[in-house]
Design a binder for this molecule. Structure first.
Ligand code: HMG
Ligand code: MG
Length: 292
């Protein structure tokens, strides 16, 4: 049996959250429905955040209400606070994610609180997830570098990861939010994190700003990680991480890990078609007047 790598599809959330022009609800639903036929077991659909902070995700409930749910696929959503958690539950998200940071500057910019305050905010959410049977995933952003504070110490990452797992997150995704990671810095960060938690509890979330994401995934594979976040068409970025490019392209990850002998369960032919559709959506929204 080949070793299995799980690719957690981020396109509808991490991909679309950063688009300046609003993407139509029907297009978001179509994107998720197309992705449902590609073989993913997790698709991050949307986020229940403040619409003042991220207007693009204001239709979170409607998107979850309209998608066709395929069996075997968990449709997940980001939730920054209890209000988001409760809204996600009503909208029947199968799983939610809380998102913190290893750097104070990004924590403040992205969720308007310190790291310590965020952990206190997350604790009752994870407890609620455990009570309600909703798996809660954790993210730690800026695991290598922060757009506000600069280089982030690996020990700072390890501390937040350990806290999130201790609370009851089933997995923590390590976010190189601005794509500044290089194989050496990613390896050093992983070494520190793996001293406190096992590789089986971790995922890699690499943005591809500097074109190093695939190399960083290879470093992570060597360290024992087997879950990677990726966005169809390489869409997106984070509105509170200026200049950051999108998540690493799903197809590029699937091809690379396949070439390395890992099974992903994904249908590459279908992925290619969905990638074209996804790029069309963004092209249309970013340059609306070119269509005229
Ligand atoms: P705040 O301003 O400190 O909080 O924002 P607040 O409680 O004063 O709320 C502000 C307004 O939002 C209020 O509305 C609330 O009711 C409302 P008003 O009274 O002014 O009309 N509000 C909400 N509305 C809907 N759903 C909610 C919600 N909560 C409050 N859940 C807050 C704090 C956390 C809400 C805000 O900072 C926020 O929404 N931040 C989210 C930013 C975000 O989504 N960033 C992108 C996702 S993270 C990411 O991309 C990184 C990742 O990919 C990993 C990586 O790459 O590293 C995951
Ligand atoms: Mg991200």
């Amino acid at each position: 049996m080949p070793d299995f790598v799980r690719i957690f599809e981020m396109g509808p959330r991490d991909g679309l959250q950063n688009e300046a022009a609003l993407i139509a609800l029907a297009d978001k639903v179509a994107l998720v429905d197309k992705l449902s036929g590609c073989g993913f077991d997790h698709i991050e659909v949307t986020s229940f955040v403040s619409p003042k902070w991220v207007p693009q995700m204001a239709d979170a409930s409607e998107v979850l209400a309209r998608i066709k749910r395929a069996s075997g696929v968990a449709y997940t959503a980001l939730t920054p606070n209890m209000r988001g958690y409760e809204a996600a539950l009503v909208a029947r998200a199968d799983e939610v994610a809380i998102f913190g940071s290893a750097s104070e500057g990004f924590s403040k910019a992205n969720i308007n609180c310190s790291i310590a305050e965020s952990l206190e905010r997350f604790r009752p959410m994870v407890a609620a997830g455990l009570r309600d049977g909703i798996p809660v995933r954790g993210y730690v952003s800026c695991v290598v570098e922060c757009p506000y504070d600069g280089v982030v110490r690996p020990e700072a990452v390890a501390r937040v990861v350990a806290e999130l797992l201790e609370m009851g997150c089933y997995e923590v995704s390590l976010g190189d939010t601005i794509g500044a990671g290089e194989p050496e810095s990613v390896r050093a960060m992983l070494e520190a994190v793996l001293q406190v938690v096992p590789a089986g509890k971790l995922a890699g979330h690499f943005h591809d700003t500097n074109g190093r994401a695939i190399e960083n995934i290879e470093v992570s594979l060597a360290a024992g990680l087997r879950v990677f976040d990726a966005a169809i068409g390489g869409l997106g970025g984070c509105p509170y991480a200026p200049g950051a490019a999108g998540n690493v392209d799903t197809l590029a990850v699937a091809r690379r890990v396949g070439a390395l002998g890992f099974e992903t369960g994904l249908d590459l032919g279908r992925l290619e078609e969905v990638a074209e559709f996804a790029k069309g959506l963004v092209g249309a929204s970013t340059h609306p007047t070119e269509e005229l």
